[in-house]
Design a protein around this ligand. Structure first.
Ligand SMILES: Nc1ncnc2c1ncn2[C@@H]1O[C@H](COP(=O)(O)OP(=O)(O)OP(=O)(O)O)[C@@H](O)[C@H]1O
Length: 280
């Protein structure tokens, strides 16, 4: 279903996304032609938390941008609740944060930065309650931060402002392209807590990350791309069991061994897991 006006966060509302036979070729028919995606089929169920992984240039960002309605694929289609939608309509319902989203800050205050999407999608609404809810959601105090200059915040605060600005209009789906990159341990922890909160709303989240070992604990499912093709699509457990160990770090290999020996590496705390990494 598709709502005209977004409800507040307490109302659970989601949608199924179907990527059907999507191919994308940049600069088709020119000497610069580049095939970014080849024959991708992918269904993202309502409320799922999905990790899209793969080497550099494997097509992850292109896939997210196509799903978010920012790029029209050169082949295939994307269905939302079984229907094709116009780009503007899709963007209203899918919030996407790009890599280093704070590089795209443009406003002079945190409030104006975050309020932008509400003013764009719901010009008749008062943005204040939306901005307050979004800031509270990412753990930023409204009174303390609303008049601050976004460029002068810490790295972790900037990233949270960026996430607030993509969820402020209360989309159904959140897409994060490398959300942890450039953050210190504390910043990563804060961001993972925001993702966990979003999951509790039973809303869909799609994350691109090279840091599979940090993110895997927080996702339900993994899609792995290679040269624009989907080479794996399954649960995080199946990912560890089946993916070519060549792609896995020592920590992921340890998680794999624990899983294969009947233990649950996802319920282990970081300390315990690191201890096991050194023991194996
Ligand atoms: N705007 C563009 N114009 C031309 N080619 C592009 C464009 N964007 C991406 N590509 C090419 O498409 C392919 C897939 O790129 P994409 O950014 O989707 O990969 P990725 O898996 O997200 O990479 P990374 O992990 O480095 O971010 C690459 O070969 C890339 O060079």
């Amino acid at each position: 279903m598709w709502l005209k006006r977004r409800p507040v966060f307490v109302i659970i509302f989601n949608m199924k996304i179907e990527v059907v036979n999507v191919t994308h070729i940049f600069y088709r028919g020119t000497p610069l032609e580049r095939i970014a995606l080849r024959d991708i089929d992918l269904t993202i169920e309502e409320g799922e938390c999905l990790l899209v992984a793969g080497n550099t240039g494997s097509g992850k960002s292109t896939l997210l941008q196509i799903i978010a309605g920012l790029i029209e694929p050169t082949g295939g289609q994307v269905l939302y609740d079984g229907r094709q939608r116009k780009g503007y309509e899709v963007r209203k319902h899918i919030g996407i944060a790009f890599q280093y989203p704070e590089d795209q800050f443009f406003a002079e205050t945190v409030f104006d930065e975050i309020a932008f999407a509400v003013r764009n999608f719901y010009p008749d609404e008062d943005p204040v309650p939306f901005v307050k809810r979004a800031m509270e959601f990412v753990g930023l105090n409204f009174d303390e931060f609303k008049d601050r200059v976004p460029f002068f915040l810490s790295g972790g605060e900037k990233r949270r402002v960026a996430i607030a600005s993509v969820i402020v209009h209360e989309p159904d789906v959140l897409m994060l392209d490398e959300p942890l990159v450039g953050l210190d341990r504390e910043g990563k922890g804060d961001l993972l807590r925001v993702i966990e909160k979003w999951k509790k709303l039973k809303r869909t989240v799609v994350i691109i990350s090279h840091d599979i070992e940090t993110v895997i604990k927080h996702v339900d499912r993994v899609v792995f791309l290679e040269n624009g093709r989907k080479i794996f699509d399954g649960s995080r457990e199946d990912f560890l069991r089946e993916i070519d160990v060549h792609y896995l770090t020592t920590r992921l290999r340890t998680m794999r061994r624990l899983l294969l020996s009947g233990e649950d590496p996802f319920s282990m705390g970081d300390e315990e897991l690191i201890d096991r990494v050194y023991r194996i």
